[in-house]
Design a protein. Structure first.
Length: 302
């Protein structure tokens, strides 16, 4: 009994230590990378440039910094009003809905408040489902979609073993405040290699606020979205053929994270108003490897 009590006390001490370490690292990261944008309906966003509005939506586990670091926002702001959001629960945005449909409603309210009319929605990875949900619900209020490296059909995901636990009630709360951020930090270099492959991870990714991406509220948002991915795509796939908004589907030929053949090519075949661009030699982060392909797609929808 004493040995069992000793193990329990040791585990509690380790958990408390891990929690204190994670909290300190997140606070330090947020101090080093404070919110530089604005807030609307609990959503953190940055807004630059003038012209037709183009809205950027990041993927699973990321933040609006993804579009800043690759230069996409800066380049787009030369010709458009470029707006990028931290989706609900990510970055500096408040926790919010996880389903693409509910996020689309929240964004619609934000667009009205910011006077963003008929935007082009540019989305990456799982953020593409939010863009599609928006276009399905508000087809007359969006100019077009640019969908990069999206996940559109229910397929098995090995990374779910790591992504889902922080969203589990009670146990997940404990995990996302202690061990899950530590595991995420250890796995981050390998994950970056996979999503950027076959290219090397760009040096500017060292400036990505990793510990902010591993903050408990974001891990919860990631886990909930990962849990919904399969059932949501199983339902949404039945509606793809009804999508009437002009859509540009872009993907890398060598995506090792989300199969281009099983998702992007298949979506293009299901849509009635789409173009398709497969970038040779690019991986999941196609907007980093070939930003000009994304900008060209935006220009064609203008």
């Amino acid at each position: 009994m004493r040995r069992g009590l000793g193990w329990a006390l040791a585990a509690a001490a380790a958990g408390a230590g891990a929690g204190a370490f994670v909290s300190a690292r997140v606070r330090a990261e947020r101090a080093a990378h404070p919110a530089r944008g604005h807030f609307v309906h609990g959503l953190h966003y940055v807004d630059a440039g003038f012209g037709p509005p183009v809205v950027f939506l990041h993927g699973l586990g990321s933040m609006l910094e993804d579009f800043q670091l690759c230069g996409m926002l800066e380049r787009a702001a030369k010709d458009y009003r470029a707006v990028a959001f931290d989706r609900p629960g990510y970055g500096y945005s408040a926790p919010g809905p996880s389903s693409p449909a509910a996020q689309a409603e929240l964004l619609h309210s934000a667009f009205q408040a910011l006077e963003i009319s008929s935007p082009i929605l540019v989305a990456h990875s799982l953020g593409t489902l939010v863009a599609i949900a928006y276009a399905l619900r508000y087809p007359d209020e969006v100019r077009g979609l640019v969908l990069a490296s999206g996940y559109y059909y229910p397929t098995a995901r090995l990374d779910s073993l790591v992504l889902l636990p922080p969203a589990i009630p009670i146990l997940g709360t404990l995990m996302r405040h202690t061990v899950s951020p530590l595991i995420g930090r250890l796995l981050q270099p390998a994950w970056l290699k996979v999503v950027f492959a076959p290219h090397a991870v760009p040096g500017y990714m060292e400036r990505f606020p990793t510990w902010q991406a591993l903050q408990p509220k974001q891990l919860r948002a990631v886990g909930r979205e990962a849990a919904l991915a399969a059932p949501v795509t199983a339902a949404m796939r039945k509606l793809y053929f009804t999508l009437k908004v002009p859509t540009a589907v872009i993907a890398g030929s060598d995506d090792r994270y989300v199969s281009t053949r099983a998702h992007s090519r298949r979506l293009h075949e299901a849509l009635t108003h789409s173009s398709y661009k497969e970038v040779p030699g690019a991986g999941h982060m196609v907007h980093h490897a070939a930003p000009e392909a994304v900008l060209e797609a935006i220009a064609k929808l203008r």
